[in-house]
Write a protein that binds this ligand. Sequence first.
Ligand code: SF4
Ligand code: SF4
Length: 156
Amino acid sequence: MKVRRPNLTLLKKIFLVDLIRGLFLTFSYQRPSLNYTEQYPKVRPKVAERFRGAPRLNNDPETGETLCIACNLCALACPEHCIEVGWERDAKGKKALTTFTFDISRCMFCGLCEDACPTPALELTQDFELSLYDRRDMKWDRQKLEEGNQPVVYTK
Ligand code: SF4
Ligand code: SF4
């Protein structure tokens, strides 16, 4: 005589076995003790040491003069043509920087310009807050680059 076995697939469906298994797996990863919430923007996160963010054109801290020697190497190194260096000859026939433009809208922060710079003039800082409402504001001039990006002060 043939013994009839219960239909396991049907039983699994009735008792929602697969759903319970899935929920068990999901909740096994839910550990509130491991959750971490960054309090940005009140507390700005610390970025990696080698992070490349907002560009800055450094001046000599003693003389206040620019460290840029207008060699144009950064502009030549840039694959996106983001940088324009303006210069003229001074009374001694030496190249002197006049204008410097850096288009952050096209920059991919690869750091090639910084690497090409033979002086510590051009630096990609750790400032990552670069959002702007107008694309036209993304072309930074020499003054803006020398002052450096000013961090937003959040009041709420
Ligand atoms: S970081 Fe790269 S893309 Fe940006 S300006 Fe420098 S070389 Fe050009
Ligand atoms: S920022 Fe550096 S590489 Fe660019 S023009 Fe000035 S000195 Fe040359």
